[in-house]
Design a protein around this ligand. Structure first.
Ligand code: ZN
Length: 313
């Protein structure tokens, strides 16, 4: 869909390991015969060095990380317009048209969206073509539907609802009408590129409380589970998600109990670090922990407001 050919090189900056992004894109790129730089996520200096030295035509990573790379490169006086880089395939987190414009201007690339989920196959369930009018679903492998999340009734094209997939060719763990919790709508109208596969709009949100932080799926319940194991903290917490310099940050505010709070000897800073370490091993991402005074987190009579998401994308 992005027009990648066997004579091109792909710098794959999705994480390798248990995350499907890295290996999924790797195998896909190999399938079209492209050369892959399996650089994985992070290590910004090395990413920039590879972009200069190997001159890949294709970059794959999360859109927020791409913006971070652009900024880091700019600070070092890198001129992306001089690089052979021509297209970026960005996914694993929701992004917007304004982010696309920012990426395209700062990196001098065509920025395309890719969608996938581990339960179905990982990346490549749907991908945007160069017409940039939605993501073509690989319909010969995955049958998409959009349903009303409350009633479960299928919705007509153009109507927003929860995306549901049935796998048609998957062996081992086939899935029938798997509810993704992702909100979008389908568009079966002809695409300018000539492909006939139905298109899904870029993601518009979630029907549950899952957060996507730096490409990693995080549920507040996972954080709660860790906190409940730590002695001295109350089960009252709030998650504050922000985006600073194009990278997502997560701060976990936790209430101490009265005993810990009045214990002047206890080093609160090392206590915070201890909890942060526990969270990092459970979530797979770094979170800052801030201990707050007992009873300082707002109580709710209904559903607790656990998440404050200040990101604008
Ligand atoms: Zn198309």
């Amino acid at each position: 869909m992005a027009g990648v050919t066997s004579s091109e090189t792909v710098q794959n900056a999705y994480g390798y390991g248990l995350f499907t992004g890295g290996l999924g894109v790797h195998y896909g790129a190999r399938r079209v015969g492209a050369t892959v730089i399996p650089i994985s996520g992070g290590n910004t200096q090395r990413q920039l060095m590879m972009l200069k030295d190997f001159g890949p035509e294709v970059l794959t990573c999360t859109p927020s990380y791409c913006l971070y790379l652009a900024e880091a490169g700019r600070e070092q006086g890198m001129d992306f317009s001089k690089l052979p880089l021509r297209v970026g395939i960005f996914g694993a987190e929701p992004w917007s048209e304004s982010m696309r414009e920012e990426i395209e201007t700062s990196m001098h690339v065509l920025a395309l969206d890719i969608y996938g989920l581990t339960e179905i196959i990982g990346p490549g369930v749907a991908q945007e073509c160069t017409a940039k009018g939605g993501l073509h679903v690989a319909e010969d492998h995955f049958y998409p539907e959009v349903i009303d999340p409350e009633s479960g009734v299928p919705l007509p094209p153009g109507q927003k609802g929860e995306l549901v997939f049935t796998t048609l060719t998957k062996e081992g763990t086939p899935l029938i009408r798997y509810r993704t919790r992702d909100v979008t709508y389908l568009d079966p109208s002809p695409c300018r590129c000539g492909r006939t596969a139905v298109r899904m709009n870029r993601l518009l949100g979630r029907t549950d409380d899952m957060l996507i932080i730096r490409g990693v799926n995080v549920f507040p319940s996972q954080i709660e589970e860790v906190l409940l194991r730590v002695e001295g903290v109350e089960p009252h917490y709030q998650l504050v998600v922000e985006r600073a310099a194009h990278l997502d940050t997560l701060e976990v505010q936790v209430e101490m109990n009265e005993r810990i709070f009045s214990d002047k000897i206890r080093d609160l800073e090392s206590f915070e670090k201890e909890i942060a370490l526990e969270l990092a091993s459970a979530l797979g991402i770094q979170a800052a922990v801030r201990l707050v005074e007992p009873k300082s987190i707002p109580r709710s009579e209904g559903k607790a407001k656990r998440v404050v998401d200040r990101r604008t994308i």
